[in-house]
Ligand binder design. Structure first.
Ligand code: PLP
Length: 418
């Protein structure tokens, strides 16, 4: 690619990373659906295993389609490189595996996707990693947690489903002063709406299942090193080892590939990489449209007498509206929440929806609704639910690409009795 950083994001999402010339002129990333790759000689195969011969050996380690998707995402984010994982959760697992080990500490924002909370409790903490959960708006608490020299500070660009936005500059500055990499899960905003690099992140990750792929076809995750952190100061033994062999610039990615790909087998499948790369081409247009429609639906819901509260960061008057305007490009994303009286009212309204689907996932082309208390958060404690604003009457909506008047019409008829 001729234009990695100078072209706009939409151009990079379409042309970033691969040369059509290298792929017999194919205009779409070719799908290499092969688990292994053959070599002319035993010597070449041995050299490939040692990393001395270019080429692919086995798709758990690397695959041309997956690599093309990784290069494209890295170009979109303006990063050094990316690692594509089997899911968003696998991306989080990969991060914890490479950055921390038993006895070390990590800091996570208190406002998190329920699956991340459960992973930390049931896997990371059981493996001996100490997790400090900190409210990112409480900067003295962030500072105290950073004083324990954690291996990373992990936060969501927009909390799911709390819909809060952290003060990125302040948090990034505190973390930088203590050599702690800031890792942002920007799933709810996607690379199109959240400029992770400008917000001071060292690493950005996404569940590509959501906006990136955009049509609900492929589970996946991706981690990108934004090239803003000096890995030679990090205390992970896995990274220190790579600093010695590939240098600090690529040490994080090399360690990630080794621990999460080669060893743990968390590598994305070629087919999912193919679907995700197709989705990426239209991401920016979709994200813009979905943000516009979400704002219209939020405005409608806010005026509805049966709705007791609406949260959407794009909505004027929302507690995080000012930060949304400051940090997000082109809108507040597809996700909003609204509150009805109680669980029966929420279920009844959801059941009356004719167009919106009752389903988990977000950033899909289809409008989706879910009741977080009984689903994503059913395994979380009352305290975790309270903090995330998950009440019995809360309904989460991921606004799709349907005509906005049809989406609003659907909610209007469903709320008729509310
Ligand atoms: N991070 C966030 C913010 C999410 O919303 C999700 C899923 O909803 C994940 C991570 C996990 O992604 P996946 O479902 O692809 O494992």
């Amino acid at each position: 690619m001729r234009q990695p950083v100078s072209c706009g994001l939409r151009t990079r999402a379409i042309h970033g990373g691969i040369h059509a010339r290298r792929n017999r002129g194919a205009t779409t990333i070719p799908l290499y659906y092969s688990s292994s790759f053959a070599f002319e000689s035993a010597e070449d195969l041995a050299a490939a295993f040692e990393g001395r011969h270019p080429g692919y050996v086995y798709s758990r380690i690397s695959n041309p389609t997956v690599q093309a998707f990784e290069q494209r995402i890295a170009a979109v984010e303006g990063g050094v490189g990316s690692f594509a994982a089997t899911s968003g959760m696998a991306a989080i697992q990969a991060l914890c595996t490479v950055l921390a080990e038993a006895g070390s500490r990590v800091v996570f924002a208190r406002s998190l996707f329920g699956g991340t909370v459960i992973y930390l409790r049931e896997v990371a903490q059981r493996a001996g990693i100490h997790v400090d959960f900190v409210d990112m708006d409480d900067l003295p608490a962030v500072e105290r947690a950073l004083d324990h020299r954690p291996r990373m500070l992990f936060l969501e660009a927009l909390g799911n489903p709390r819909l809060d936005i952290p003060p990125f500059e302040e948090v990034a500055e505190l973390a930088a002063s203590r050599d702690v990499p800031v890792v942002v899960d920007a799933t709810l905003m996607s690379p199109a709406l959240f400029p992770a690099k400008q917000c001071g992140a060292a690493v950005v990750m996404h569940s590509t299942t959501k906006l990136v792929t955009g049509n609900g076809t492929a589970i996946g995750g991706v981690v990108t090193d934004l090239g803003q952190f000096d890995w030679s100061v990090h205390r992970s033994p896995a990274i220190a080892r790579e600093v010695g062999s590939v240098g600090p610039g690529y040490a994080f990615l090399a360690a990630l590939r080794r621990a999460a790909g080669l060893s743990a087998g968390l590598t994305m499948s070629p087919f999912n990489a193919f679907l995700s790369a197709l989705g990426l081409e239209t991401l920016a247009l979709r994200a813009e449209t979905q943000s516009r429609s979400a704002l219209e639906l939020a405005t409608y819901l806010a005026a509805h007498p049966g709705v007791s509260g609406v949260r959407y960061p794009g909505l004027e008057g929302d507690p995080y509206h000012e930060r949304a305007c400051r940090y997000f490009h082109g809108g507040g994303g597809p996700l909003l929440t609204f509150t009805l009286q109680d669980r029966p009212a929420a279920f009844a309204t959801m059941n009356r929806l004719a167009l919106a689907l009752r389903a988990t996932n977000l950033g899909d082309a289809k409008t989706l609704v879910i009741h977080p208390a009984s689903t994503i958060f059913h395994d979380c404690s009352a305290e975790e639910r309270d903090y995330s604003g998950v009440t019995e009457g809360l309904v989460r909506v991921s606004v799709g690409l349907e005509n906005v008047e049809d989406i609003i019409g659907d909610f209007d008829q469903a709320l008729a009795d509310a």
